[in-house]
Design a protein around this ligand. Structure first.
Ligand SMILES: Nc1ncnc2c1ncn2[C@@H]1O[C@H](COP(=O)(O)OP(=O)(O)OP(=O)(O)O)[C@@H](O)[C@H]1O
Ligand SMILES: [Mg+2]
Length: 222
């Protein structure tokens, strides 16, 4: 489903070379994959390449059989909106909008009618257990509830792939585990592929596949 072919993205700063180098990996449909590795190992850099937010110096991102990283920005933007979902560490909901309006937003940006967007957003919020909190604004939700709303927003447009960067980093242990259980269930139930960057052991424990990075390179698996 997601294939990364020999991806390199190098940052040169003060004579030091960092980034990701020659990374190749395959992630099948419906898989919850975790990119693990210490701080600075290249997890976010790789996620941004896979999410078409950045372009590689070398190599190719192949999404559902199509080479997509070399497409013009307009086409990549369209793919991001229609085929990809994003969940970040925190603060990625629009603070002045309710949970429901936040989930409706990407649908409406795609041209879905308000009525349709509302129905789909309500269903997505119900799936993540937030039906009764849908009129709350992010500031009126707990950290775990905000992340569930972010997952609902990522899933409502029916993406192929959801990318999450340290989604549990602002949550305590009691909330991180259940959030990952939810992602694992959604991956199996809907065939959505999740790629999660994290060094949190409770995230790694729930992964279907773990890819470890060190100094921008993939650590061979045993
Ligand atoms: N815009 C940039 N300019 C220069 N160097 C960068 C840039 N972005 C990242 N880097 C460097 O690339 C390397 C990989 O960074 P990256 O953010 O991918 O790490 P990470 O694994 O996500 O770390 P963390 O766990 O701390 O989030 C680091 O050494 C970082 O300093
Ligand atoms: Mg990072």
């Amino acid at each position: 489903m997601l294939e990364l072919r020999n991806l390199t993205r190098a940052y040169e700063l003060g004579g030091e070379r960092a980034g990701v180098f020659g990374v190749s990996l395959d992630i099948p449909k419906g898989c919850l994959a975790v990119l693990a590795g210490p701080s600075g190992s290249g997890k976010t850099t790789l996620l941004q390449l896979a999410g078409l937010l950045d372009t590689p110096d070398e190599g190719e991102v192949i999404l559902d059989g199509e080479a997509v990283s070399g497409l013009p920005e307009k086409a990549r933007c369209d793919l991001r909106l229609k085929r990809l979902g994003f969940v970040f560490q925190a603060f990625n909901l629009v603070p002045v909008l309710s949970a429901l309006e936040n989930v409706m937003l990407p649908l409406q940006l795609q041209g879905v009618t308000e009525e349709d967007a509302r129905g789909r957003a309500e269903a997505a919020l119900a799936r993540v257990g937030l039906a009764d909190r849908r009129h709350h604004r992010p500031g009126q939700l707990s950290g775990g509830q905000q992340q569930r709303a972010a997952i609902a927003r990522a899933l409502a447009p029916d993406p192929l792939l959801v990318l999450a960067d340290e989604p549990t980093a602002s949550l305590d242990h009691a909330h991180g585990g259940p959030l990952m259980d939810l992602m694992a269930e959604l991956a199996s139930e809907r065939g959505v592929t999740f790629v999660v960057a994290s060094h949190d052991p409770s995230v790694i424990a729930r992964a279907h596949r773990v890819f470890r990075l060190a100094d921008g390179r993939l650590v061979p698996q045993d």
